[in-house]
Design a protein around this ligand. Sequence first.
Ligand SMILES: Cc1cc2nc3c(=O)[nH]c(=O)nc-3n(C[C@H](O)[C@H](O)[C@H](O)COP(=O)(O)OP(=O)(O)OC[C@H]3O[C@@H](n4cnc5c(N)ncnc54)[C@H](O)[C@@H]3O)c2cc1C
Length: 441
Amino acid sequence: MHSNSDKQNNGQNTDIIILGGGIAGLSISHHLLNSGLESFKVYESQAQVGGLARSFRWHGIACDLAPHRLFSENKAILQELLDLVECNKISRDSEIVLSGKRISDPINIFELLKVNFPFHSFKLIFSYLRAKLTPDRELQNFDDFVKNSYGDALNDLFFKPYAEKLLGIKSHEIAAAWGTRKLRVSGFRDAIKKDTKLYFNYFYYPKSGGYGAFCQTLGERVEHKTQTQYRLEKINYIKAEKNYECFFRDTDGQLICKKSPTLVSTLPLTILLQALGHSSSLNYRKMRLVYLHVNLEKVMDQQWVYFIDPETVFNRISEFKNFYPQHAQKNTTVLCAEITSNPDCSSDEVVDELVRLDILKAADVLDIKIIDIPNAYPVFDQQYEENLASAKSILDQHPSLILLGRQAEFIHQDIDEIYAAAKDTAKKCVSIFESHGIDHT
Ligand SMILES: Cc1cc2nc3c(=O)[nH]c(=O)nc-3n(C[C@H](O)[C@H](O)[C@H](O)COP(=O)(O)OP(=O)(O)OC[C@H]3O[C@@H](n4cnc5c(N)ncnc54)[C@H](O)[C@@H]3O)c2cc1C
């Protein structure tokens, strides 16, 4: 997708520059084309588009960067995504391993009462009733948020150890907002409501190509507008020209300049700020994904299983075959383990743990692949609101620089939410473009 004409135009360009070719960059490009606006270009550092929502084929099985599934409460957006990519509707089959016992995912409160019965059961009921009967405490952190919604005992048993494992900080150091964004519940009623992002019984998954099929389809549509292997290094704002100069490094080590009065950034916010010459204390949590090609028809029945106990090195394992009815007859399978607590963890540690948990035997493992994700989760620590506000105050000086997506907005979002937001951002871009008095095409 390199084009020599791009290298020769000395940065003279009025196209909107879209930074990053993940679902956010691809969705806004798609919506811009739908609005009849052709004057934009996407710049992506990797050789392929898709970002966190891409897939790859390994030993004949489509694998995602950790399991992804589509569930949307926004019916119109869901339909648009289903019109883009043919999907199967799949019944959710997932579990949670807690204190060594397997229970349903999402949590079923009655099953939970059986974990460490009767001691925990009484504590769970008592602390839940106490949380409901005593006036709400001030929500200073994630601990308060969960204790208010479910009581201390459920927090200690489930939410606290999992949040600490995922984000790597103590639960009292996690902002209360993590509860509403990640758990997406504001109270117990939300937690048991059916057909929500938390409590869905079914989801949609592409019939082929993995979850990355969404990015693949959008990527094909905007391929002529995409420049891969261009890594953004620096942005200068030229006040007199009301233009941004973006400097990209290509694979030959050359620095290439592109100019535009309008930028849409889908890059991690910290990378954007650095390119603008600012630092930030915002943090993203790293994740290591360990993929195992296993010499068994099937390792488990579930699509994914969470592991809450801190001594288990991974947060979750998933088996991609269980997302695809058509893979059922293959005689080998692929497992993926997600690790955040020790992102340098070796694959041997993962295999040893799976053996200890009686999930597979070491001799069953045929091949191993490791993928590291530097920006898997925006970390909502106690300082994040202040850090985000200070980042936003810098960006307020740049009204023609628009943020879009999970990484750029530093917020937990799924692809349906990003695709929907991209639609509004595309409208905003069209009106900015028109206000510059430039022809659309
Ligand atoms: C473990 C996990 C599970 C998830 N599960 C689900 C799920 O079940 N369902 C769901 O819908 N969503 C899920 N998500 C969320 C989903 O993956 C993300 O919301 C989405 O992919 C983010 O898209 P984005 O475009 O905002 O960011 P990204 O995908 O990160 O895209 C940003 C792009 O910018 C590029 N880039 C970075 N730096 C530069 C640079 N300097 N120059 C140029 N380009 C650069 C990157 O290579 C990348 O392609 C999950 C995420 C994780 C981590």
